[in-house]
Design a binder for this molecule. Structure first.
Ligand code: CTP
Length: 218
C-alpha cells in the first residue's frame, strides 16, 4: 500500500492593516485583500492546507481553510508567528502599514480651534524581514509595491528580506494595483528567473504564483 505524502501548508496574509489614532479613526491604505483571498482559493483548490490571516476587508473567505482576522500590524505579526512553525510556504500579500501613530488617544481628538495637527508616527515591525531571519526550509514569497524603479527595488527587497520569490506591482499613471480588473505584475525568483504577466485578473495571477512556487520547490 502506498501512503500519500502529507498535504503541505501555505500561510497567506491579506488586506491592509489599520493603525488606530483614536477610538473613531485609523491610518491605513487602499488594499482590498483580493490578491490574498484569490491565492487562498487557488491554494485550496490545489489541495494545500491554507491559513489566511487578514486585515479588515469586505471579502468572504473561502470555505475549508483556517481564517484569522486581525486589525493592526502588531496583531498580524503575532498571528503570523503563531502559525509560522507549521507552514511550508508563506505568501505575504498584506499591505502592512509601515508606521503607526506613536500614541493612541483614549478620547476622540477634537478639532477645537486647531488649524494644523501634527502626527507622530512610529515604525511597525517588518513581519516578512523577521520571517526571513528564521525561514529554515520554508519558501517565502513577498509582494512589492513601488511607484518608481519597481524591478530594481524589488530585487533589493528579495535579497534584504531573504525571500525566494517576489511579486512586483507598480502604482503609477494608468497602473492601479488595487481591487478588481486586469493587472500587470512581474514575478522574480532568487535564481533570477523573471515572468512578466500583463492584463491578467487576480485569479489568473494567483494561479500562476502557486505554479511558480511549485516549480520553485514545493
Ligand atoms: N511587509 C511586512 N511588514 C511590514 C511591511 C511590509 O511584512 N511592516 C511585507 C509586505 O507584506 C510585502 C513586503 O513586505 O510582502 C514588501 O513590502 P513593501 O511595503 O513594498 O516594502 P518595504 O519593505 O516596506 O519597503 P519600502 O518601505 O522601502 O517600500
Amino acid at each position: 500500500m502506498t501512503r500519500k505524502p502529507p498535504r503541505k501548508t501555505i500561510l497567506i496574509t491579506a488586506g491592509p492593516t489599520i493603525e488606530p489614532l483614536d477610538p473613531v479613526r485609523f491610518l491605513s491604505n487602499h488594499s482590498t485583500g483580493r490578491m490574498g483571498f484569490e491565492l487562498a482559493r487557488q491554494a485550496k483548490r490545489k489541495r494545500y492546507k491554507v491559513i489566511l490571516i487578514s486585515g479588515p476587508t469586505a471579502l468572504v473567505p473561502p470555505k475549508g481553510i483556517r481564517f484569522v482576522r486581525i486589525k493592526d500590524a502588531r496583531q498580524m505579526k503575532k498571528e503570523v508567528l503563531r502559525f509560522f512553525k507549521r507552514a511550508d510556504c508563506v505568501i505575504m500579500t498584506a499591505a502592512v502599514s509601515d508606521f503607526r501613530p506613536a500614541a493612541v488617544s483614549k478620547q476622540k481628538i477634537k478639532k477645537a480651534s486647531k488649524d494644523t495637527v501634527y502626527l507622530k508616527l512610529k515604525r511597525n515591525p517588518d513581519i516578512l524581514a523577521a520571517l526571513g531571519r528564521k525561514k529554515g526550509r520554508r519558501i517565502l514569497v513577498g509582494f512589492s509595491l513601488e511607484t518608481n524603479n519597481p524591478i530594481e527595488n524589488a530585487r533589493e527587497k528579495l535579497k534584504s528580506k531573504n525571500l525566494d520569490i517576489i511579486v512586483i506591482n507598480q502604482a503609477a499613471k494608468g497602473l492601479d494595483p488595487f481591487g478588481r480588473g486586469a493587472k500587470d505584475v512581474a514575478i522574480v525568483d532568487k535564481n533570477g528567473k523573471m515572468s512578466v504577466l500583463k492584463g491578467r485578473s487576480k485569479r489568473s495571477i494567483a494561479r500562476l504564483i502557486i505554479e511558480n512556487i511549485e516549480d520553485y520547490r514545493m
